[in-house]
Design a protein around this ligand. Sequence first.
Ligand code: ZN
Ligand code: ZN
Length: 163
Amino acid sequence: MSNKGGDTTAKVESLFKTFMKEERLRCTRERLSVLREIYRSNTHLDADELFVRLREKGVAISRATVYHTLDLLFRYNLVTKIDLGHKHTHYEKSWGVANHLHIICLKCGKVSEATSSELGGMMEKLCREHGYSLGSFSLQLFGECIDKEACARQVKEKCKENA
Ligand SMILES: [Zn+2]
Ligand SMILES: [Zn+2]
């Protein structure tokens, strides 16, 4: 899901800095670089992909710091965690991004995003009924492409990529 670039990044950075201050954590350049990379990206990234991207850009960051920072960002509601049916968690920006659900093909791994204001309202109601206020949500639906041919092509492409 896209959002309005520059303004958003500045806003989330200042939010992050405030949270870090409250928790007496040092707001290092490395931690900020994780936040920026996520907000610059429009896809779902896992911790390793983030680590590789940052290293490629010359950021001296460790895997452990990437993981730790992602946990912090999740706690502050600045990223959501999503399970795309792989063994590892994917992350995506959440501030200023509409809550949405992911529909994932179990065969070819295609991911589509969908929003529904009805669904948002329902989630809020469910949270309230259980004594919570809703922060963010991420929902995954697993299925199979109805277009079998396109799905098969996708699978073939993937095999080539991994070869
Ligand atoms: Zn998403
Ligand atoms: Zn498919």
